[in-house]
Design a protein around this ligand. Structure first.
Ligand SMILES: Cc1ncc(COP(=O)(O)O)c(C=O)c1O
Length: 478
């Protein structure tokens, strides 16, 4: 088992006021009641209507360590959200904290635009060392404005410039960020519906969603049908779709509902795009850096992308994003993707410490092992709980789709979505000290994205707490 650098409890575990601190979580479940605090009230008054997480997770946070969060009321939570997957090493990991403290002591320039520094140089070396050599040997890197969505924008500009094509192919269920170019690639209609004038030139393709196969086939037959369709789009001179600048895809759709593409689907997509001279852009903003059981999810399929988009975990908890790409695509002009905060040195320090730790501790393998442990427990639950329709994902990126087992099955054989029950389960988990995310079609997939340093005992706490919430719901439903 990997040395995670963390213990099973938070350093303040002995001091929490409530019964349900880290040691107690899972043993006897806390039952937190969430009253509106002054902080939450003021947040609701002052912050924009576009705020999202506080509506489902009504917490004001005070401190955090490892896989634990503590709110201002002294309640402790096991964090299976990890800042939407950004905290590979959890909160305040000692290697990250020490590296940041050292950098501040050494008066590192905090921002350098895109000027180089020893830290930046070392960060690139370390990142390239994690990539498959066949890709890294001929790769270039662009540092972007520090969010994932800016790196997606950069990737689009890169391939559009290189290929001099306007059209992009994306997938149903895709999530690539919230700036307008990325939003145009998004499957989910709700953020797009009320936003007139969103850029076009995007054609959407079927993603291999086995549980709700768009062709009603599922399994290998569903994947074959989807790929045959993509091949038609790319090769039929009357498909109506102009040759695209790229195909952009997440190897595992995260926000779309934790839907993994199989290795064979991904490698056949790679082959199709190669044959038709279409750059393949892999968005690994969420899957990157060990989360799925390999350093990068595409390694499972043994393919080489043309463009790789990375953010979240590579910044060690601070904002950082990059695009790594095949050097032949490097035809854009100086200044083609400028931005003030591309030289965030503290993020590179935190990111470098994280990359090194992930590699030294083989947290990719640890994530595979911990993911298997959690998945087995979730599958055991599925076997006895009719409203758990599907358990899926890879490594520490797992999803549980909640369905209505007495509703009419669709042509794909799946039961209807059950978003209200999913939301109630999320709330029940929170009341028991477990923070999980919700996403997917109709908001009916519960998502587990714990930090990669999670221990076996903590995985068991997650599984026990989730099972208790499920059983409470079962009892309510009867
Ligand atoms: C696959 C993927 N791409 C892009 C993004 C956008 O990243 P950001 O929220 O940092 O802009 C996300 C965010 O969740 C993501 O999951």
């Amino acid at each position: 088992m990997a040395r995670t650098g963390m213990s099973d409890g938070a350093p303040w575990a002995g001091s929490e006021r409530q019964a349900g601190g880290p040691a107690a979580l899972g043993a006897h479940h806390p039952s937190y009641v969430f009253a509106e605090t002054d902080l939450l009230r003021r947040q609701a008054q002052r912050e924009s209507n576009a705020r999202s997480y506080p509506r489902r997770i009504p917490l004001s946070l005070r401190r955090a360590y490892g896989a634990y969060l503590e709110d201002t009321e002294g309640r402790v939570f096991l964090d299976c959200l990890s800042c939407a997957g950004a905290l590979a090493l959890g909160h305040n990991h000692p290697v990250v904290v020490e590296a940041l403290q050292r950098a501040l002591r050494d008066q590192l320039p905090l921002q350098t635009l895109d000027l180089t520094t020893p830290i930046k140089d070392e960060f690139v070396e370390e990142l390239f060392a994690l990539l498959p050599p066949a890709f890294a040997r001929h790769a270039k890197i662009q540092f972007c404005g520090p969010t994932g969505t800016d790196a997606v924008e950069a990737a689009l500009k890169l391939v559009k410039t290189a290929k001099q094509r306007a059209n992009v192919l994306a997938f149903h269920g895709a999530y690539h960020g919230m700036s307008q170019g990325s939003l145009a690639l998004m499957g989910n209609l709700s953020p797009k519906r009320r936003l007139p004038g969103l850029g076009g030139n995007v054609q959407f393709l079927p993603f291999p969603y086995a549980y709700r196969c768009p062709f009603g086939l599922g399994g290998a037959a569903g994947e074959d049908a989807g790929l045959a369709y993509i091949e038609t789009v790319l090769s039929d001179p009357e498909s109506g779709v102009l040759p695209p600048a790229c195909v952009i895809v997440e190897p595992i759709q995260g926000e779309g509902g934790v839907i993994p593409a199989s290795a064979s689907w991904l490698s056949r997509l790679r082959e199709l795009t190669r044959v038709h001279d279409v750059p393949l852009v892999l968005d690994e903003v969420q899957t990157g850096l060990g989360r799925t059981g390999s350093y990068f999810a595409f390694q499972d399929a043994d393919i080489t992308p043309d463009v790789l988009v990375l953010s979240k975990a590579i910044g060690g908890g601070l904002p950082l994003s990059v695009v790594v790409y095949r050097e032949e695509l490097d035809t854009w002009q100086p200044g083609a993707h400028a931005g003030t905060f591309r030289g965030n040195q503290l993020a590179m320090v935190a990111g470098l410490a994280t990359l090194k730790f992930v590699r030294a501790a083989r947290l990719d393998l640890h994530a595979a092992e911990m993911g298997k442990r959690l998945r087995e427990r979730l599958c055991a639950l599925q076997a006895r709980v009719p409203f758990i329709g599907d358990v899926r994902g890879r490594g520490l990126m797992l999803g549980v789709e909640i369905v209505d087992p007495v509703g009419a099955q669709g042509r794909d054989g799946a039961y209807p979505h059950r978003p209200k029950l999913a939301a109630a389960l999320q709330a029940h988990c929170l009341a028991r000290g477990l923070l999980i995310e919700i996403g997917g079609r109709h908001g009916s997939t519960l998502r587990f994205l714990p930090p990669l340093i999670i221990t076996p005992a903590q995985i068991d706490q997650v599984a026990d707490t989730f099972a208790a919430a499920v059983d409470a719901m079962l009892a309510n439903l009867h």
